[in-house]
Design a protein around this ligand. Structure first.
Ligand code: SAM
Length: 259
């Protein structure tokens, strides 16, 4: 009897019953991960099965899944989880949050839901031209062009966000930034504008509008199609000692203000 039990366990372990179960439970996610190049960059997934499974963080997973299913963001779970953690690191509701580069509203919706789900009431300001890129630097911004990402609108995003507590500013951030000039204690800033001149401007601007402990996330730092993002961040941190910078394997740059 004991030997039979042992034998059954051995066989089940051998065929990886747990793996098969998971495959059927979350086939959609597994497929996405495989399709998006796990085989090319397998060092990202080294010993992945030993790592914490984001699907077990119910609040995060539900919030992220909703936004991904709405098809209004280019972000996937990895980058959304970075934004989630940035929200969790806000010291209180007294520190406003900003996003520059909102496009169809996906990440803004996610940040807003992350704030509310975790009991925060922070003011939230979002910025976009809602007419695509206003300015690019052809030397660094590659395939990006003026008007890129124009398939959206202020009205549509306002309706999607459907939150009177979010302030939405339409226009080129190089001009609309002045609308928040009086706010000097942003606790979290999400910069997702892809291109060199705007990221450079954002970093200079938010240096003066954040406090020690504030977090800035710059999207696309590690995206080979957005070389201007990396250049803007690298130049900024080389010339300024205000922020520690971490390159995350999600592709984002995480900047933490230290002085
Ligand atoms: C990649 S999309 C943002 C994606 C979005 N965060 C999401 O949910 O995935 C980049 C956005 O940056 C905006 N943008 C680029 N330059 C800008 C500028 N100078 N002022 C305001 N918005 C700008 C574009 O209009 C575009 O909507």
């Amino acid at each position: 009897m004991y030997i039979t039990k042992k034998l059954i366990n051995f066989v089940l372990k051998g065929i990886g019953i747990d793996r098969i179960n998971r495959l059927f439970q979350r086939a959609d996610v597994r497929y996405e991960i495989a399709r998006k190049g796990a085989t090319y960059y397998n060092y990202y997934w080294h010993k992945a099965k030993k790592k914490i499974d984001l699907r077990d963080f119910d609040d995060f997973w539900e919030t992220a899944t909703q936004v991904i299913q709405d098809q209004r963001t280019i972000h996937y779970y990895d980058r959304l989880y970075v934004l989630w953690q940035a929200v969790l690191n806000l010291p209180s509701s007294d520190y406003p949050v900003a996003e520059v580069g909102t496009y169809k509203g996906g990440t803004a919706k996610f940040i807003r839901e992350a704030l509310r789900t975790n009991g925060y009431q922070n003011k939230f300001f979002v910025f976009d031209t809602f007419e695509g890129h206003a300015v690019v630097d052809e030397r660094w911004d590659g395939r990006h062009y003026v008007g890129n990402f124009s398939d959206t609108s202020y009205e549509e995003v306002k309706a999607y966000l459907n939150a009177p507590d979010i302030t939405i500013h339409k226009g080129n951030f190089l001009e609309t930034a002045q609308l928040i000039d009086r706010i000097t204690n942003f606790g979290m800033v999400h910069i997702d504008v892809d291109v060199y001149p705007v990221i450079k401007f954002c970093l200079d601007f938010f240096e003066k509008h954040t406090l020690p402990g504030s977090i800035i996330i710059v999207d696309d730092y590690g995206n080979r199609n957005c070389k201007g993002a990396k250049k803007a961040v690298d130049e900024y941190v080389e010339d300024n000692a205000f922020f520690l910078m971490f390159y995350l394997l999600s592709g984002q740059a995480l900047l933490v203000k230290v002085q």
